[in-house]
Design a protein around this ligand. Structure first.
Ligand code: FCB
Length: 443
């Protein structure tokens, strides 16, 4: 039996996010988002680069979709830019913004590709950051309003909805480690952001159910379920603390389990929960999106503010310095299936940053990426056979793009982008993925 053998109804696609691929930063009525501001902070983004042009998908979407169709991809996960749809954060809707996403969905459908829309992938309108961003409770109402506009205006052409991408990165990278926009380093604000992101998600799902729309709706997490660095009790406890702080604070409330004891009891941290919030967060969802790239062992660290730190591991690393650990994905899916009682799961991102070069024939021989994808896909195939309720897989990313604080230095695409000409070159991994989807990936 070939390893890369998947059920016929398995969903195959590629993923991107608006700020990373769209460009047209100052066109179509789009306002500024927190990444426009952050990329102007000296030293915040590699080389001071930004998403003004990116891979200019705003103007190249037709050819990108044609390429997806040619390669046999079945679904496209893109994100809707809040600053394009409601430039002032709340209030007036920008018809040009809506028109862009409607045309994108129509073009996908014309090519037999399903539209999977993420409502928020990190491009908060700057005007809302000026009011405190995710650390301020008013963002919940603003997000619910924005999500409501997406449902009303695009509900007839979106096939799958993801409310929010990677709450961990929004709250912790943005408000605690300060390496993502808005670049704040404050644990109280980070915990406030955790709660407001959770609440915004629940509130949007509640609004969605009232619309009567039928497309599935869920959320995408980047869970971390790390292994302890040693068998010591302290390290085992550290791994559980890491899982609680980085993952359970998001997953548990959505599953109706409230905030984890390790965080609220042992660590004595608190969230700004008001009466009724936990019920709003715990709206039933139709699926869970999982983004997975890597995993590092975790050890107790008395000096670290949160009592644990990651240890280097011996595995091969990508250009990001991320170790390749497919077993980490298995740990996650098994654990999520257990805590969620079997809610369908989709891998909404998985991929590899490589040192890619186009050769004289216009080919990119990205063997390392193929090896990475193959290992993770084989594991997915096995897990499905073992009863894990995994329903789809989106490769990150369709094309090279703006990799946040790393600017354009990291290439995650299965399609290469020459940023000077905007020419696209499918890498060998794109053909590998095409063949896996078609069902003859082993040969
Ligand atoms: C994830 C993000 C995505 C991309 C990949 C490499 O954390 O969701 O936008 O940058 O990492």
């Amino acid at each position: 039996m070939p390893k890369l053998d998947f059920p016929d109804d398995f969903v195959w696609g590629t993923a991107t996010a608006a700020y990373q691929v769209e460009g047209a930063g100052h066109e179509g009525g789009r306002s500024e988002c927190i990444w426009d501001t952050f990329s102007r902070v000296p030293g915040a983004v590699y080389g001071g680069e930004n998403g003004d042009i990116a891979c200019d998908q705003y103007h190249h979407y037709r050819e990108d979709i044609a390429l997806m169709a040619e390669l046999g991809f079945k679904s496209y996960r893109f994100s809707i830019a809040w600053p394009r749809v409601i430039p002032s954060g709340t209030g007036k809707v920008n018809p040009e913004g809506i028109a862009y996403y409607r045309t994108l969905c129509e073009e996908l459908h014309r090519n037999g590709i399903k539209a999977c829309a993420t409502i928020y992938h990190w491009d908060l309108p700057q005007i809302l950051q000026d009011r405190g961003g995710w650390a301020d409770r008013s963002v919940v109402e603003a997000f619910t309003e924005y999500a409501g506009v997406c449902f009303a205006e695009l509900g007839d052409c979106v096939d799958r909805w993801i409310t929010i991408n990677e709450p961990f990165c929004i709250a912790y990278l943005g408000y605690y480690y300060g390496v993502h926009a808005p670049g704040i380093r404050n644990i109280d604000q980070a915990l406030r952001a955790v709660h407001h992101v959770n609440l915004a998600h629940g509130s949007a799902v509640r609004a969605y159910r009232k619309t009567g729309l039928k497309a599935p709706i869920g959320i995408t997490w980047n869970p971390s379920t790390p292994r302890p660095a040693t068998r010591n009790e302290a390290d085992k406890k550290a791994a559980l603390t890491a899982r609680a702080l980085e993952t359970e604070v998001f997953i548990y409330p959505v599953l109706g389990k409230g905030y984890p004891e390790i965080v609220t009891g042992d660590l004595g941290l608190s969230f700004p929960v008001q009466s009724g919030d936990l019920e709003i967060i715990a709206q039933p969802i139709d699926f869970i999106g999982v983004n997975y790239y890597n995993e590092s062992p975790v050890a107790f660290d008395g000096k670290a503010p949160l009592t644990y730190s990651s240890k280097p591991s011996w595995q091969d690393t990508s250009e990001m310095g991320w170790p390749t650990v497919p077993q980490g994905l298995k740990r996650q899916l098994v654990w999520i299936q257990e805590v969620s009682g079997g809610i369908p799961m989709y891998i909404t991102e998985n991929g590899y940053a490589g040192d890619d070069k186009v050769d004289a024939e216009g080919r990119v021989h990205d063997r390392e990426r193929i090896r990475y994808l193959r290992k993770h896909l084989e594991l997915c195939g096995d897990l499905i056979k073992e009863g894990i309720n995994l329903k789809g897989y989106y490769a990150w990313s369709f094309a090279d793009n703006f990799e946040w604080a790393y600017g354009y230095t990291k290439r995650f695409g299965i399609v290469y982008v020459d940023y000077a000409t905007q020419k696209r070159y499918p890498k060998d991994s794109a053909y590998f993925f095409r063949d896996v989807i078609a069902g003859y990936g082993e040969w």
